[in-house]
Design a protein around this ligand. Structure first.
Ligand code: AMP
Ligand code: MG
Length: 425
């Protein structure tokens, strides 16, 4: 087995440039160090929502369990019908959902049937009631009321087959999966344990809510956006507050966070000028790489290990926090949570409704509003001021407009790539 490289080996690779790290390359490098959680627990179905399945699920039964009607109407033999003349059939019984009929439909006969009711023996097709006229002795079926045998009939096991693997371990459980598990009669499942994520903000200028602001101070907002995004990803969060730019206090915070969490996230303090003592500190406590990501917003980023924990040092600017979370932290958390398939957020093309200014050199994640134009085609406009401190741009936007490194200014009408937000906000 080949061992994954160490952080130090990575930082010695030929194409490794910590001062201009492409987004994809950084994501790839981080991926090599991510090992999903292994501990699992058994939980009641409702509590499995937003968790990751930790076992394969083999269907214990067919869903639906029996052939049944997709319509209210008449269960008939297709051979009795005609494409070009009306036929009259004799009523021999009724089949209700949950109350099957015991009769066998013979030649020239029909059973009144309702949606979800078991198909009676002998019948192979259902005529919807709108194409039939009930009469005293039975029913008159319009010519060509059905076009083929088996119409309006749902087959046993057509959704889930008994003995088939319905889900593999690593499947995220959302509303549809809850419903499918319930349809199989399964009320408890094994899921991977939740990730514990500790986070704190760094900066002498930051105050927590409830404290008065002195001149030049600001409220710490990053802990709230991080709390929101992490909670939306169903992590077990540990908010460790604000830590001033002071080595002794930072060391304490890093140590405590690493001892108690799978992932440690900080914001601020990793940009040029501030990095030095954080760097020295993190070198002492773990193994951390500092990168200038070739992206805007979100240039400085630190990634590495603190004890057994993964460490993400995000930039301080509020928009940068969210952009780097979306591009790096999200991907890492999905993998660590034990998901089978993880992909970066999808990109697709839309037409630019407003011009865009951009200098070549970095990948930009401008905030955009994606909507359908009068012709129904997708168009996107920017939210205006793209400053990395303008958090309202994230609130107004519903997507990133992703502009490749070499892209320069763009005119309205140009095709651009957009990446819709994913409900983490
Ligand atoms: P830094 O990366 O520490 O140089 O911070 C960059 C910018 O983001 C500065 O304007 C900081 O005041 C601001 N900032 C840093 N942390 C936070 C925070 N937790 N909440 C709001 N703004 C922040
Ligand atoms: Mg700072």
């Amino acid at each position: 087995m080949t061992q994954p490289p160490t952080l130090r080996e990575i930082s010695c690779a030929d194409d490794y440039d910590p001062n201009s790290m492409p987004v994809d390359r950084a994501r790839e490098l981080i991926r090599q160090f991510l090992h999903p959680v292994t501990l699992r627990e058994r939980v009641h179905l409702r509590l499995a929502l937003n968790r990751v399945l930790g076992e394969d699920i083999v269907s214990p039964l067919d869903v639906p369990g029996h052939d049944n009607s997709a319509m209210d109407g008449w269960a008939v033999r297709f051979a009795d019908l005609s494409p070009d003349r009306e036929v009259t059939l004799r009523r021999v019984g009724e089949s209700f959902a949950g109350k099957p009929s015991t009769v066998t439909v013979g030649r020239g006969e029909a059973v009144r049937i309702f949606t979800g009711a078991v198909m009676p023996a002998g019948a192979d097709t259902v005529v919807m009631q709108e194409r039939a006229t009930e009469i005293e002795s039975g029913v008159r079926v319009a010519p060509g009321a059905v076009s083929k045998a088996g119409q309006n009939r749902r087959f046993a096991g057509e959704d889930l087959k008994r003995g088939a693997t319905v889900f593999r371990s690593g499947q995220p459980i959302h509303a549809a999966e809850l419903g499918m598990l319930a349809s199989l009669g399964i009320n408890e499942v094994l899921v991977f344990r939740r990730l514990r994520v500790a986070f704190f903000s760094t900066g002498d200028e930051l105050r927590s809510l409830g404290q008065p602001l002195n001149a030049g101070e600001i409220y710490d907002s990053n802990r709230y956006t991080l709390y929101g995004m992490l909670t939306r990803m169903n992590c077990d969060v540990m908010d460790m507050g604000v830590v001033p730019d002071e080595p002794r206090l930072l060391e304490k915070a890093f140590t405590a966070a690493a001892a108690n969490a799978d992932v440690v996230i900080t914001s601020g303090g990793v940009s040029v000028g501030e990095a030095d003592y954080v760097k020295i500190l993190l070198d002492k406590l773990g193994e951390v790489l500092f990168w200038k990501i070739a992206m805007k917003p979100g240039r400085p980023l630190a990634y590495g290990r603190l004890g057994n924990a993964h460490f993400f040092g995000l930039p301080g600017n509020p928009v940068s926090v969210m952009a780097t979370f979306y591009q790096f932290v999200r991907d890492a958390l999905l993998i660590l949570q034990g998901r089978r398939h993880t992909t970066p957020l999808p990109l697709f093309k839309a037409q630019l409704a407003t011009p865009i200014r951009k200098a070549p050199g970095r990948t930009e994640f401008q905030r955009g509003v994606l909507e359908a134009g009068p012709d129904g085609a997708l168009r996107v406009r920017t939210t205006g001021n793209q400053g990395s401190g303008v958090l309202s741009s994230m609130s107004q936007a519903n997507c990133f407009i992703v502009l490749a490194t070499d892209t320069g200014d763009l005119e309205a009408g140009a095709a651009v790539e957009v990446q819709p937000f994913e409900g983490l906000l």
